[in-house]
Design a protein around this ligand. Structure first.
Ligand SMILES: [Zn+2]
Length: 339
């Protein structure tokens, strides 16, 4: 049901929209218009760059908008498709979920061609854009709910050859930390669908919260360009951390449920460890305070494993069951590639 005026087979640069039918009270024949840029030239891979899978994560949206404006066909080898604000209604509303149908795009796969707007977007990606792509880059941050150490991350996909390609591209982002994660909160994720189609999938968590430091925008911009060079879609010389005089990326993983610390009760969260710091098993990483009973001792949040505090809850106000901290242990490249 989604229409676009873009011809994906045409060389050169095109700017257009994905048009998703959305009939509502004040617009019977209305469309949701999702901006889309395609830059195509000669032989090379097709790379799909996605920002705003969650609408309140603007790091990737800004990096993709900048790149979409700047890119010219003479810089490209193959085809680069950019959708800066994939869940466009959510991006306009600064929300994680779509305000039109309440759906989380990153839990909506395989999608539904005749379903609500979010389901239609997922279906279009699965059936139209993923099949023509070699590389899928899905740029996330913690949004309004979490603050991450800026990192590239990946799933431990079962296919070792695919895993090795994803591992190389993850490191090409050049972040201080890389993070192997597990899906503890549901199915239907965009990267999983792309992985299942055999794509080289690159994902990130570039900070979070509502104020984005300039340093994080720099990581988003430089990492995205370096990954494009790494996969052979953009001309230029690949930068490594070593060539920039930086120490190697710290590889971490949180694959067990106990690594994800949830609030045992509602209250106000106080973190007491710096983001990115090493913690020991049994160490207190934060407290839940009781607004109505400040005379009661706060509830301690205790690390159940040793590792780095890779992400923490961004808002202080916390509901029972919210994830307040994730502890990721250090691993070696051998453990990642062979596990
Ligand atoms: Zn996200």
């Amino acid at each position: 049901m989604i229409f676009t005026s873009i011809n994906f087979d045409k060389p050169g640069k095109q700017q257009g929209f994905l048009q998703v039918p959305y009939s509502h009270n004040l617009g019977g024949w209305a469309n949701v218009m999702i901006p889309l840029t395609v830059v195509s030239a000669g032989k090379g891979p097709t790379v799909l760059i996605l920002g705003g899978n969650h609408g309140d994560e603007y790091q990737g949206q800004i990096a993709a908008m900048n790149l979409a404006r700047e890119l010219t066909p003479d810089q490209v080898k193959g085809r680069i498709i950019l959708i800066p604000s994939l869940n466009f209604p959510a991006a306009r509303a600064a929300t994680r979920l779509s305000p039109l149908d309440g759906m989380n795009l990153n839990r909506s796969f395989p999608g539904d061609a005749e379903g609500p707007v979010t389901g239609q977007i997922a279906h279009y990606l699965r059936t139209q854009l993923f099949p023509i792509s070699d590389v899928v880059i899905d740029i996330h941050s913690g949004g309004r709910s979490m603050e991450f150490v800026p990192c590239a991350h990946m799933h431990l996909v079962p296919d070792r050859e695919q895993r090795a390609r994803m591992f190389g591209a993850m490191l090409a982002w050049g972040t201080d930390f890389a993070f192997l994660y597990a899906d503890i909160a549901g199915t239907g994720l965009l990267p999983v669908e792309a992985e299942n189609q055999g794509k080289l999938v690159v994902t990130t968590e570039l900070g979070g919260g509502e104020a984005i430091p300039a340093s994080v925008h720099r990581i988003a911009r430089s990492g995205l360009k370096n990954v494009l060079i790494h996969v052979g879609a953009l001309k230029g010389r690949e930068q490594t951390r070593a060539s920039q005089g930086k120490p190697a990326t710290i590889l971490t993983q949180a694959l067990n449920r106990e690594d994800y610390l949830l609030a045992p009760e509602s209250g106000v969260f106080e973190v007491c460890v710096d983001l990115g710091a090493l913690v020991k098993s049994g160490q207190v990483v934060g407290f839940i305070h009781h607004l109505e009973r400040p005379d009661r001792a706060p509830e301690a949040i205790v690390a159940k494993s040793a590792g780095y505090l890779i992400t923490m809850r961004a808002p202080c106000l916390t509901q029972q069951g919210d994830c307040v901290a994730v502890i990721a242990k250090k691993v070696t490249p051998q453990q990642v590639l062979k596990a």
